[in-house]
Design a protein around this ligand. Structure first.
Ligand code: NAD
Ligand code: TYD
Length: 351
């Protein structure tokens, strides 16, 4: 079996669902269930004996040690993190605590478990750490895309905390021999994406007749990957990645934010036209830019492709259409995540 941390969040939940649709190997999910963790994401697994959810903190070393001893996983996949850049600007403390201190405690618990395994299990064990392209910092317009040997130059409290966790994972391999793998992925989108992030926020606000907030000039570039393609990349790296290596994950889909906004608006015009017959793009509103806003991210995923033969299945056009359709088909999921805590965040960020 495998242990997945953060498996009730956006990518973690997609990973758990994806894994169990490909394999009968059981999963133990450990998730603190912060505002971003949502048991409804795993609703379809209710009663499925292949999946167990435990509410708890990756920083709780005793709990993690106990779970490892009891369930004897052959791998740990670490998704658990505070993940939203804007929240890290308002309050970096939780990011330091979970992404750095939490990862440290998780690594220590895993090291204790791994070092006591019989030789064959020890050799087969893997710790896969899920990270982000944001650790590489910001690119100028004509710079080449980030490779695995690009400088680590994080600019936000979020990306700095993720970079720190990547360094810890690397050090636990070099110093203690822990069999680790790290993936650094570009921006994901798809089902179960919490509507504080750009794409789900645009869909949800469009349908509610609310402004579509574009930070600054809207010309910042992100490299978008459909979440299920990220999941298949993680499965492949877990299966065949070389120990201690870093693999960049991306789909060669660089888009300016304003183009994303127009694409989502056009899809909604087609799939769920406004009652008054006007275009959703009329709701676009330029707002104050994010402090320290990185201008451009782009991932060079050739290592993953040439070494492990991974390629994304979706283009941006197919993935974004599926995503908009998913939000149209799941209004109840949206209504449930828009809790009081969510409304407080929107008020704080966009007031
Ligand atoms: P998310 O915020 O949607 O989910 C994070 C999950 O971790 C939640 O379920 C939350 O409850 C849980 N969690 C938070 N703190 C915890 C703790 N201390 N102990 C246990 N669980 C805890 O995030 P996401 O978008 O699904 O991202 C998952 C991982 O992928 C993160 O490590 C993130 O840095 C990385 N990543 C995200 C993207 C992206 O575009 N979203 C891109 C590349 C990498
Ligand atoms: P986001 O989804 O927060 O991801 P990240 O900051 O990790 O890349 O934001 C994606 C891009 O969209 C980023 O350049 C910031 C921008 N953005 C807006 O313009 N308006 C918004 O309301 C949000 C949430 C993001």
């Amino acid at each position: 079996m495998i242990l997945v941390t953060g498996g009730a969040g956006f990518i973690g939940a997609n990973f758990v669902l994806d894994w169990l649709s490909h394999s009968n190997e059981p999963i133990l999910t450990l998730d603190k269930l912060t505002y971003a963790g949502n048991v409804e994401n795993l609703h379809s697994l209710q009663g499925d004996t292949r999946h167990t959810l435990v509410q708890g903190d990756i920083g709780d070393r005793d709990l993690v040690a106990q779970l490892l001893a009891q369930h004897q996983p052959r791998a740990v996949i670490n998704f658990a993190a505070e993940s939203h850049v804007d929240r890290s600007i308002h309050g970096p403390g939780d990011f330091i605590q979970t992404n750095i201190v939490g990862t440290f405690n998780l690594l220590e618990a895993v090291r204790g478990y791994w070092s006591g395994l019989p030789a064959a299990d020890k050799a087969a064990f893997r710790f896969l750490h899920v990270s982000t392209d944001e650790v590489y910092g910001s690119l100028a317009k004509d710079d080449p895309a980030f490779t695995e040997s690009s400088h680590i130059e994080p600019n936000s409290p979020y990306s700095a905390s993720k970079a720190a966790s990547d360094h810890l994972v690397r050090a636990w391999h070099h110093t203690y021999g822990l069999p680790v793998l790290t993936t650094n992925c570009s921006n994901n989108y798809g089902p179960y994406h919490f509507p504080e992030k750009l794409i789900p926020l645009l869909i949800v606000n469009s349908l509610a007749g609310k402004p579509l907030p574009v930070y600054g000039d809207g010309q910042q570039i992100r490299d978008w990957l459909y979440v299920k393609d990220h999941c298949s990349a993680i499965r492949r790296v877990l299966e065949a990645g070389r120990l201690g290596e870093v693999y960049n994950v991306g789909g060669w889909n660089e888009k300016a934010n304003i183009d994303i906004v127009h694409t989502v608006c056009a899809l909604l015009d087609e799939l769920r036209p406004r009652a008054d017959g006007r275009a959703y793009k009329e709701q676009i509103t330029y707002v104050t830019d994010r402090p320290g806003h990185d201008r451009r991210y782009a991932i060079d995923a050739r290592k993953l492709e040439s070494e492990l033969g991974w390629k994304p299945a979706e283009t941006f056009e197919t993935g974004i259409r599926k995503t908009v359709q998913w939000y149209l088909d799941n209004p109840q999921w949206v209504a449930h995540v828009q809790s009081g805590a969510y409304r407080d965040w929107v008020q704080k960020q966009y007031a």
